[in-house]
Design a binder for this molecule. Structure first.
Ligand SMILES: [Zn+2]
Length: 144
């Protein structure tokens, strides 16, 4: 679990040292596991700090409705980019695994490749299959 002393930094916005978390998930996990040991722990919430480019936690309620709205917009935006990045990494990983398989089967033509993918990876999303085809055909061309 994160140690409060370790990820403390000086926040220019708050004009004091605060814990900084890379993601909202990390901040919320910290709250979840530490709220019982912190005074008024159940009042803790995470928020995005534009100054530090990361997440802090606080006991205080939002100063006004506008702050809350801005924070929610930032939250949702960051959550969606985090998800997109994770999805990109996973897709890349799947492409690599299939490419490795294709190479071990020493496939030498587009038809053979199509048939192989059709038989071996019937449930794989089209965009992944398309990337595999594009990259493998490129490899073949470069070899010949
Ligand atoms: Zn800050």
């Amino acid at each position: 679990m994160c140690k409060p002393s370790k990820n403390r930094i000086y926040c220019p916005e708050c004009r004091r040292s605060k814990m900084l978390f890379e993601t909202e998930t990390k901040a919320n996990t910290f709250i979840k596991f530490n709220k019982d040991n912190i005074e008024n722990g159940n009042k803790l919430r995470s928020y995005f700090c534009v100054c530090c480019g990361g997440w802090h936690i606080t006991h205080s309620a939002y100063n006004n409705e506008r702050d809350e709205i801005v924070n929610n917009i930032v939250c949702n935006h960051l959550k969606s980019t985090e998800k997109t990045n994770v999805r990109k990494i996973l897709n890349r990983e799947r492409v690599n695994i299939i490419l490795k398989d294709v190479r071990t089967h020493r496939i030498v033509s587009q038809d053979e490749l199509n048939m192989f993918l059709y038989n071996e990876y019937p449930d794989t999303p089209n965009n992944i299959i398309a990337t595999v085809k594009r990259e493998y055909m490129c490899e073949l061309k470069n070899k010949s």
